[in-house]
Design a protein around this ligand. Structure first.
Ligand code: ASP
Length: 324
């Protein structure tokens, strides 16, 4: 009996402690783990948001790039962190959906992570090094088909957004590519500009400044409408690959078991950042598209992630993607 009373007292004290910790949250800096290289599209979006989130949270929000294995190393680090809101996992369709069908993960994407907020999405853009002898998507496809060996396509690793987009492109265009994995599309883009690889089916926010500067060649955007930020680049429908549509949405998660109040604070800080006109301008200038307002709750990201798992896992399993 005495033992039972003690157990109740200890449980109540623990609950009180957790509630106070949630009330005082955050009382120290927060880390967002970006699972790709610094300077790439995930990193850029996370840094723009973190700058504004720190104002809402009253604490520093630092970015840690933990790269490798298509982002699964960084996501694993976050999934195994303490469930206290101080470690956030940044990711996207690749890391938080497709990787579950490609890798033997030591975490479960749904059971070990708790959704915080849906972030902007990135249309993809087909880009090549400048000396590829093609001026249009039709010419690029003809060149790819005529090559005796497959063209090289940079990716951020098996299961990354650029890899999934590349696989989808192979299928839609009826071509074969030789994928070259990097720790993110920032180093892949450097090699594209330097001419070491032939192309990337890239996130627009990664390539847009090089396209504007004319250092690489852009062929088409993977959505129905042209982007005002890159009005000269045709859509895939205009350029000869009708229906090859893909946007890469992103999001934030915390370890499962994080107190509800803490998730709500992080969600509110993310929303404050997304609604800030100067943040919005920076993101939109990179070609990113803001999430719908009715998808701002953590539950909306959870429902979306589940729906995307149902859609993509069968396709990826059928494609039998090999981990490099
Ligand atoms: N998110 C990118 C991809 O999946 C990589 C990166 O952010 O560097 O291709």
């Amino acid at each position: 009996m005495r033992r039972a009373v003690w157990l109740v007292v200890v449980a109540l004290l623990a609950m009180g402690y957790a509630a106070r910790a949630a009330d005082n949250f955050p009382s120290r800096p927060i880390t967002i783990i970006v699972p790709f290289a610094a300077g790439g599209p995930s990193d850029a979006m996370a840094r723009i948001l973190a700058e504004r989130m720190k104002l809402a949270l009253g604490q520093a929000v630092v970015i840690e790039n933990v790269t490798g294995a298509g982002g699964s190393i960084g996501v694993g680090r976050a999934a195994h962190a303490a469930a206290d809101g101080y470690t956030i996992s940044f990711g996207h369709l690749g890391t938080h959906v497709c990787n579950g069908a490609i890798y033997k993960l030591n975490y479960d994407l749904l059971d070990d992570l708790e959704p915080v907020a849906l972030l902007p999405s990135n249309p993809m853009i087909i880009v090549s090094k400048d000396d590829v002898p093609a001026k249009s998507l039709a010419e690029l496809l003809a060149w790819l088909k005529s090559k005796p060996t497959p063209a090289t396509a940079g990716t951020a690793g098996a299961g990354s957004g650029s890899h999934i987009a590349g696989l989808y492109f192979e299928q839609a265009a009826g071509v074969k590519l030789q994928f070259v994995p990097y720790r993110g599309t920032a180093p892949a883009l450097n090699d594209l500009v330097g001419g070491q690889i032939d192309l990337i089916v890239d996130q627009i926010s990664n390539s847009i400044n090089q396209v504007r500067a004319g250092t690489i060649r852009a062929y088409a955007i993977t959505q129905e409408n042209r982007l005002p930020q890159a009005p000269d680049v045709p859509t895939v429908d205009e350029a000869g690959l009708p229906g090859f549509h893909m946007t890469l949405w992103s999001g934030l998660w915390v370890p499962r078991g994080t107190p509800k109040e803490v998730v709500a604070r992080l969600n509110a800080a993310t929303e404050a950042a997304l609604n800030d006109p100067s943040v919005k301008k920076q993101l939109e200038n990179l070609g990113l598209q803001m999430p719908d307002r009715d998808k701002s709750a953590p539950e909306a990201l959870g429902a979306w992630q589940r729906a995307e798992i149902a859609k993509w896992w069968p396709l990826i399993k059928a494609a039998d993607v090999k981990v490099e």
